[in-house]
Design a protein around this ligand. Structure first.
Ligand code: NI
Length: 130
C-alpha cells in the first residue's frame, strides 16, 4: 500500500488568525479561513445587533477571540469572553449582540446561511475565502 498517498502534507498550511483578521473590517460578514469534513472555520467581526434567527439543520459554534459577545435566546442571554465558546443547537433562536466590536471564530457546516431561516438585507449568500 502506498502510504504516501494517504498522508500527504502538501495541502497543510499554518493559518495565523490575527493575520486573517487584519484582512477585513466589515461587520457581520464571515470569512472562511479553513475547511474540513464539510465544515467551515470562519472569522467574523461583529458590532451592534444581529437579527433573530435559527438554523433548521445545523448546530453552530461561536468562539470569542476578542471583545465581549452577548447572545440572546428567547429565555435568557449568555455572555462570552475571549477564549470562551458555545455551541448553539439546531432550531434554537438566537440573536448575537456586540456593544463594542467583537472578533469571533465560527465552526459550522459549509451549507449554512448565517441568518438561518431569515432573509435579511445583511444576509450574505456566499462567503469569501481569505
Ligand atoms: Ni446563527
Amino acid at each position: 500500500m502506498n502510504h504516501q498517498k494517504y498522508c500527504s502534507t502538501s495541502n497543510m498550511e499554518v493559518i495565523n488568525v490575527d493575520q486573517k483578521f487584519s484582512l477585513f473590517s466589515d461587520h457581520w460578514s464571515p470569512k472562511i479561513i479553513a475547511q474540513l469534513n464539510g465544515q467551515d472555520v470562519k472569522l467574523a467581526k461583529l458590532k451592534g445587533s444581529f437579527v433573530w434567527h435559527s438554523h433548521e439543520n445545523e448546530d453552530e459554534l461561536f468562539m470569542v477571540i476578542k471583545g465581549k459577545l452577548a447572545i440572546a435566546f428567547r429565555d435568557k442571554t449568555i455572555h462570552l469572553n475571549p477564549g470562551e465558546l458555545i455551541v448553539i443547537p439546531k432550531g434554537v433562536e438566537h440573536k448575537p449582540i456586540a456593544e463594542e466590536e467583537v472578533l469571533i471564530m465560527l465552526f459550522e457546516p459549509s451549507a449554512i446561511k448565517h441568518t438561518g431561516n431569515v432573509q435579511h438585507e445583511i444576509t450574505v449568500d456566499r462567503f469569501d475565502f481569505i
